[in-house]
Design a protein around this ligand. Structure first.
Ligand code: ARG
Length: 434
């Protein structure tokens, strides 16, 4: 008997060593020691191997992130989905009893000796599981002389469909005109658009990341300019205009779609909206980080009440008469102004249309200014930041009774959507050959 135990132990160590050797890439497999795909029932891409020399013991060799006799345990899983019936992670509670505890096997309904144990995720462990359709994973715990089901404290995974837009990791900002310097993590959707003129990159306009591949901006930024997309660059995650750091991501412009009915002939900017498709040199779109995130688009009928406080941000001038742009990203609060007041008291209804929304502050000290164009005016709604306006125009900057005028994003949701979807199928005109 004793000898047998020693033998089994020796065999186990040997098997483990062989496993390690087998995992090494360049190890040449000895004759008759090879993968076999029957008998083991390896899950999650595990490989069944047979040790012929040792009475044909079978075992699973698990890929990284899985363990257990059948590779059924998902060691990387941090949360459960739906009610956790499929949860196979390693979360447990201090008091959880192992599913293979003899008293559990004897007395309880769910344990490691069931025929369906593997299917239910039960085995030689005490990880939380939900084999019986409860609302979340649980485990057996002892209570005095009985054993009971106890729900585990493990987190539910965030549903994939839940949007991640409009959230920021840094909500504080310091004090555009009369604004304050902002860290880019408080406006992680801000984009800086640059144009190369005769070999040097010049800052052109702001924009907002609404999708990893798309930046929304103002059409007037591209008006009256040759729209050679190779001349543009888009920066995300940029705090300082003329310096680079490792937080930022840089893109080429794949496409510029300006609203076909943009016009400035009314004195304002009508349909001042444009979409830019971005991609890196290797063809990728933006990657979400603490410094780079999308902003939410509002729902179609979102009409925020007058006086709602919103935020504007940009790299634009701090005064109308300044020669230089702000070196840092700036951000400020403005309040929405009623359409009636804007069209009757401050401007008129020729320049200001229903496709626009006006915003300012009561002391007329805070406003967007030159260079902020195309940038975001975001307002909080249902706990997320929504892109409610695009910086478009104004009479001067922070002038009394002359609020900033913004493109009303809710009026363009179908235009945005159809153009984002159409781009893949659109046949592009071939370049002129002369
Ligand atoms: N059109 C300006 C630009 O090119 C933006 C003006 C915004 N002006 C204002 N007062 N809110 O950057």
């Amino acid at each position: 008997m004793k000898l047998l135990i020693i033998c089994t132990a020796a065999l186990a160590t040997l098997v483990t060593r062989l496993d390690a050797a087998y995992s090494k890439k360049h190890y040449k497999l000895p004759h008759k020691y090879g993968p076999e795909y029957k008998d083991c029932n390896c899950l999650n891409g595990g490989t069944c191997i047979t040790y012929y020399l040792f009475s044909r013991i079978n075992r699973c060799l698990c890929p990284e992130g899985y363990s257990g006799i059948h590779c059924e345990i998902d060691t990387d899983s941090k949360c459960y989905m739906e009610n956790g019936e499929d949860y196979r992670g390693t979360a447990t509670e201090k008091e959880c009893l192992p599913w293979d505890l003899p008293s559990v096997i004897r007395r309880d309904r769910y344990h490691a000796d069931l025929e369906s144990a593997l299917q239910l995720g039960l085995g030689k462990h005490n990880y939380c599981r939900n084999p019986n359709g409860r609302s979340r994973p649980w485990c057996y715990t002892k209570k005095r002389f009985s054993i009971q089901e106890t729900p585990c404290n493990i987190q539910k995974c965030r549903a994939e469909s839940e949007p991640t837009c409009g959230q920021r990791s840094f909500s504080k900002y310091f004090k555009i005109v009369s604004g304050s310097q902002a860290e880019v993590e408080s406006q992680p959707w801000i984009a800086g658009i640059f144009q190369n003129i005769k070999g040097t990159d010049h800052f052109l306009c702001g924009g907002s990341l609404i999708d990893p591949c798309w930046v929304l901006t103002a059409a007037h930024c591209f008006h009256a300019q040759l729209k050679d997309k190779l001349a543009y660059k888009v920066f995300l995650g940029k705090s300082i205009l003329n310096a680079t750091d490792n937080k930022e991501q840089v893109f080429m412009v794949d496409d510029i779609i300006s609203h076909p009915d943009f016009t400035d002939e009314t004195g304002g900017n009508e349909n001042d909206i444009a979409l830019i498709r971005i991609k890196t040199a290797s063809g990728q779109c933006a990657v979400e980080t603490k410094y780079v995130r999308t902003v939410c688009l509002p729902e179609k009928n979102l009409h925020l009440p007058d006086n709602t406080q919103c935020e504007i941000s940009g790299y634009g001038k701090q005064d109308f008469y300044d020669i230089f742009y702000a070196q840092r990203l700036m951000s400020a609060n403005v309040n929405l102004i009623s359409q009636r007041k804007c069209t009757h008291e401050y401007y008129d209804n020729i320049r200001v249309t229903d496709n626009m929304v006006c915003a300012g502050d009561s002391t007329w000290k805070t406003d967007a200014c030159k260079g902020d164009s195309g940038g975001p005016m975001v307002c909080e709604h249902n706990g997320r930041m929504m892109l409610y306006g695009i910086v478009s125009w104004g009479d001067g900057c922070a002038k009394k009774n002359k609020p900033g005028v913004y493109t009303r994003v809710t009026r363009y949701l179908s235009w945005i959507e159809s153009n984002m979807n159409a781009v893949h199928t659109k046949s592009r005109p071939l370049p002129d050959r002369k």
